[in-house]
Design a protein. Structure first.
Length: 169
């Protein structure tokens, strides 16, 4: 019981400082708090083997390793773009939705299904291929062709779309 109480005292006293130290290492408060929580768990697991004078050094070592490990994870890396993302040339208007639906109606059923699942349902290429029971290569090629067709139809303006096609079946 004395062991548990001494751990509780150290955790209560040192955790706020460790959060600040962890934040300075990683730059993210939420991640810093997570790192301190994992550090406390590891500290508790080895509590009976640690010397009282080495607790601070052990905790900082664990925090440093966790920060380095978190920085190496791919989801922590930011995406670097060499060119700005494609932007619309004009402001969107309420009629654009009808134009997009009309342009979608001109596509074949497979291309329309691929685009809706990929971009409206936000499925990956693999998930789209699985739901449509086609290969991933087919999903990619159908997406590329359908998007090229939509860009052509929508860039030339609504005059190229037949008003009768403005409503999806």
């Amino acid at each position: 019981m004395a062991d548990r109480q001494s751990f509780t005292d150290v955790a209560r006293d040192r955790a706020p400082l460790w959060c600040r130290v962890s934040f300075l290492m990683c730059g993210d408060w939420a991640l810093a708090e997570d790192i301190v929580q994992v550090t406390l768990v590891r500290l508790y697991q080895r509590w009976h083997r640690l010397e009282p004078a080495g607790i601070e050094a052990y905790a900082r070592k664990v925090m440093a390793r966790l920060v380095i490990g978190a920085a190496r994870r791919p989801h922590r890396r930011g995406e670097v773009l060499t060119t700005p993302p494609e932007r619309p040339h004009r402001e969107a208007s309420p009629e654009d939705g009808a134009d997009v639906r009309a342009a979608l109606a001109t596509l074949g059923p497979r291309q329309r299904a691929v685009l809706v699942r990929r971009f409206y349902c936000d499925l990956s290429v693999a998930e789209t291929a699985a739901t449509l029971k086609i290969s991933e290569g087919t999903v990619k090629s159908q997406s590329a062709r359908a998007l090229a067709t939509l860009r052509t139809l929508l860039s030339s303006g609504p005059a190229t779309l037949d008003p009768a096609e403005r409503v999806l079946p």
